[in-house]
Design a binder for this molecule. Structure first.
Ligand SMILES: [Fe+2]
Length: 393
């Protein structure tokens, strides 16, 4: 259905390709800043990725104000407050985030703390509650999945309350995204698989949720085609630099898509599975995606049918009767999950991912509070979420 009205906004400059890292100093000059705060995690430092980024500064006179490498796997209130404090003490004037979703979200979170001059970001959680313009933020993703380098979303964990807080505001959009294929070369197969399936979920939910629009559809469609064509190969052969690059660009495109149309119940339920059962976000997405699609079939079947073409290619699309295409798209994703399970051991059920059966009811109830549920093509109550969870179990 063509929308009566929609908005699309993405001002993030995307620098993508070989040697994109070396262009960071000139981006800092363009942004009129000169004392960056680098935020990353210990794993990134250990595998030499921070060194690669710092290598891009060797011919410049930029002075790094501080390097903070203590971001945990789930960005937390403590982390963003601590990083913001050091940023102020070291008189930095911009942020460079080098890492995956948690690092990028921590960078956005610390940016909120700095720009709003607060130590209590809980008050600002939700949609459009950030008042002030943020410090310039350059993002160098080291996974291909979250798309956070081009989104207006930040997720920060409130560990005390065992929940994830969602912040959305166009002010959270980074200044520049640096997509350099060298940064994802060392990503292990299972993480490559999980983050790639997260990107696929972003694109499929963006293409089928209630806020879909023709411009974000274009980004989502190209992302789905590229993830489908490259993910399995890259999981099998991590050194395939060209495949890695295509996958990274697809993930960024999926990020642009969902930052505008948003997502649906796969994310709504998946955020809760992550918060309560500590399942990796991408793995939760991969497991839940086909089951939520089955649930949405009546309302979103038309869109899923269209997606068989970018998912499975022209031959399969043409040979599948129109009324069976949506179901075939769902089967295609189930097959992807099975193949990824065989290749790299990615779990393909909630049970395999470590969720306890007695947690399902709590997850179902709690999922209804997640903002992503509102835009799912089909309404869901707690019993309906529970039945999806049981199928995915
Ligand atoms: Fe996601």
């Amino acid at each position: 259905m063509f929308p009566k009205y929609f908005e699309f906004y993405n001002p993030v400059k995307i620098n993508a390709g070989q040697n994109a890292l070396e262009g960071i100093p000139s981006e800092l000059s363009r942004l009129n800043v000169s004392r960056p705060f680098i935020i990353t995690d210990e794993g990134i430092v250990k595998v030499g990725l921070l060194e690669k980024v710092l290598g891009g500064f060797k011919d410049s006179d930029i002075v790094i104000g501080a390097v903070y490498d203590k971001v945990p796997p789930d960005s937390s209130i403590k982390t963003v407050n601590e990083a913001a404090q050091i940023y102020k003490e070291q008189s930095c004037d911009c942020i460079i985030a080098v890492g995956g979703g948690s690092v990028i979200d921590s960078a956005k979170g610390m940016n909120i703390v700095i720009s709003e001059n607060t130590t209590d970001i809980v008050q600002l959680a939700g949609h459009d509650r950030i008042k002030n313009f943020q410090q310039p933020l350059i993002v160098v993703p080291t996974t291909s999945g979250t798309g956070s380098e081009v989104t207006l979303v930040a997720v920060v964990a409130d560990k005390e309350k065992d929940r994830k807080m969602l912040f959305t505001s166009t002010k959270l959009l980074p200044s520049v995204a640096i997509i350099d294929p060298r940064m994802t070369l060392s990503l292990p197969p299972k993480l490559t698989a999980a983050t790639g399936m997260d990107a696929l979920t972003h694109a499929i939910e963006a293409y089928s949720c209630l806020q879909k629009n023709p411009v974000s559809d274009a980004y989502a469609y190209s992302a789905i085609k590229s993830v489908s064509e490259n993910l399995i190969n890259v999981v099998k052969n991590g050194k395939d630099e060209q495949g890695r690059f295509k996958l990274a660009v697809a993930c960024t495109s999926a990020g642009v898509a969902f930052s505008n149309s948003m997502v649906g119940a796969v994310h709504g339920i998946g955020h809760t599975v992550g918060a309560l059962a500590h399942v990796h976000h991408g793995m939760a997405m991969a497991i839940l995606l086909p089951h939520v699609m089955e649930y949405n079939l009546e309302k979103a079947g038309e869109y899923y049918a269209e997606l068989l073409l970018p998912l499975a290619g022209a031959e399969i699309y043409a040979s599948t009767p129109t009324d069976q295409r949506a179901k075939k798209s769902i089967d295609f994703i189930k097959n992807m999950n099975n193949e990824l399970n065989t290749i790299c051991g990615m779990p393909n059920s909630l049970k395999d991912a470590g969720v306890k059966e007695d947690q399902l009811e709590k997850i179902a109830k709690r999922s209804l509070n997640d903002g992503a549920m509102i835009l799912n093509p089909e309404d869901m109550d707690a019993n309906e979420v529970l039945s999806v969870l049981k199928k995915a179990y």
